[in-house]
Ligand binder design. Structure first.
Ligand code: FAD
Length: 434
């Protein structure tokens, strides 16, 4: 287990561990290399009553500028295992059936490495989630979704450490209570939307150790999303090779600045977090080229760069974000009725289980007067992405306070215009963005 903290190696800042590149120093950083060490690290922090942040790719985290006075744990395991058919049929993974393959991945596996593995193995079901940053462990925390797919559809079970009992447990898909960007795990951290619960936050009660997926064997899958179909030149519902679907997803995402910056994997604290061999994200080639790496090869030494991702080429600040910053609001029908006629409306279920209407956070933001590229002041270091209304970005040198100022300005403006308070999608640590 690699550990750093007072009297040991230097610890990173959260700016160095997150895609948006802001956040203060951490008191102690631990990188367990086995499941037993991972469990020990969580137990030790909880027993000592220290704040615990289990971090993956840091792509759904906005951390404050003050020090995180606790332990940050990052799973160093990268195992992906195709389970034998006998195990699949034994009932251990009862949901898996004919034509399905069961694959287990460690929490620490980079999500897009997992997708690349599945696509190249001829396993269908996650190719639409190509290029979503982060890890397998966190994918089930917020039930990642994009281009007509959600991870929930492919999950069979999740092996977790329950911090309440201290026991390792198996949660089946139904136990996970997946919803729109939500799960049992995510809700265990919150008392109300964006209001951290008294215990566990900023890590769920259940720490993900590994995830077991059921995927379909095959090489041609349905194109489930209009924008993707357009990029592929086909109709929605048509079947295309999953490799081509993956390529199209990555292209569409690149056009919106919705891929992470590959340059971050050349920085000392991120090196080794992604498999370089998978060619999964456009730009990785440059990162892997000799001479482009920064820092030493071990990845253990603190970087002199404290301001976030170091770049392999020219920085694409549109990618220095947490992805979509606000959730699409799910409203009671009377609230939705009050919106202008042209506001998007989709059937959805409210958190209380009642039927509701989902609208678009991007539409609300844009129609409240905050357009792509918006900044609070012309010289501000934080701004909306120039390619995506929902992405709050670090334009270089931003602090967490700069991002928070931008977020609040948008929340206040949308509330003034439409009476709806937007809720941040990322886990906000050390700041209050309600
Ligand atoms: C450019 C960009 C594009 C994005 N596009 C999408 C998208 O299309 N769809 C989408 O759904 N999301 C998207 N996101 C958000 C993000 O990629 C996902 O939420 C992702 O799952 C976060 O993974 P992570 O490993 O980076 O989590 P982190 O940011 O490291 O952590 C987020 C939360 O998960 C918890 N967590 C991490 N690992 C574990 C574990 N092993 N066990 C328990 N809890 C854990 C953390 O404690 C924290 O509470 C995007 C983000 C960026 C930056």
């Amino acid at each position: 287990m690699n550990a750093s903290g007072p009297g040991q190696e230097a610890a990173p800042t959260l700016a160095q561990l997150t895609t948006i590149g802001v956040g203060g120093p951490v008191a102690r950083f631990v990188e367990p290399e086995s499941e037993a060490d991972f469990i020990d690290a969580v137990h030790a922090a909880d027993r000592a009553g220290m704040p615990l942040l289990v971090i993956g790719g840091g792509s759904n985290l906005l951390a404050g500028d003050a020090a995180f006075d606790g332990v940050v744990v990052r799973d160093r395991r990268r195992g992906i295992e195709v389970l034998p058919a006998a195990e699949t049929q034994s009932g251990q993974h009862a949901d898996a059936g004919e034509g399905l393959v069961t694959v287990r991945a460690d929490a620490g596996v980079n999500w897009d490495d997992f997708v690349a593995f599945c696509v190249s193995s001829g396993f269908m079901g996650v190719e639409g989630l190509s290029g979503v940053p982060g890890t397998v462990g966190a994918s089930v925390v917020q039930n990642i979704g994009a281009y007509g797919q959600e991870v929930a559809t492919s999950v069979v079970s999740v092996r977790v450490l329950d911090r309440a009992s201290g026991e390792v447990d198996r949660l089946g898909r139904d136990d996970m209570r997946f919803g729109y960007r939500s799960s049992l795990l995510k809700s265990s951290m919150y008392a109300a939307p964006a209001k951290p619960a008294d215990s566990y936050f900023p890590t769920p009660r259940y720490v993900v150790l590994s995830v077991t997926f059921a995927l379909r064997r095959g090489t041609r899958d349905e194109v489930a999303f209009g924008q993707l179909a357009k990029a592929l030149g086909v109709r929605v519902g048509e079947r295309m090779p999953i490799g081509e679907i993956r390529r199209a997803v990555l292209e569409v995402r690149a056009g919106k600045g919705m891929l992470e910056d590959p340059g971050r994997y050349a920085t000392p604290w991120m090196r080794g977090c992604k498999d370089k061999g998978n060619v999964p994200i456009e730009g990785m080639d440059e990162v892997n080229a000799p001479g482009n790496a920064t820092g030493n090869a071990s990845g253990d030494t603190a970087s002199s760069d404290t301001a976030g991702p170091a770049m392999a080429g020219a920085p694409d600040f549109d990618r220095h974000s947490c992805g979509s910053f606000f959730m699409n609001p799910i409203l009671a029908s009377d609230v939705a009725q009050a919106l202008p006629e042209d506001a998007p409306r989709f059937d959805a279920t409210q958190p209380n289980g009642q039927p509701g209407v989902k609208t678009s956070a991007a539409w609300l933001i844009d129609h409240a007067g905050f357009h792509k590229g918006f900044k609070v002041r012309p010289d501000a270091h934080a701004g909306l992405s120039s390619r995506h209304t929902l992405a709050l970005t670090n334009r270089g040198g931003a602090t967490a306070a700069d991002i928070a100022e931008l977020a609040r300005t948008i929340q206040d403006g949308v509330e003034r215009a439409y009476g709806i308070r937007l809720v941040p999608e990322p886990v906000v640590v050390g700041m209050d963005l309600r």
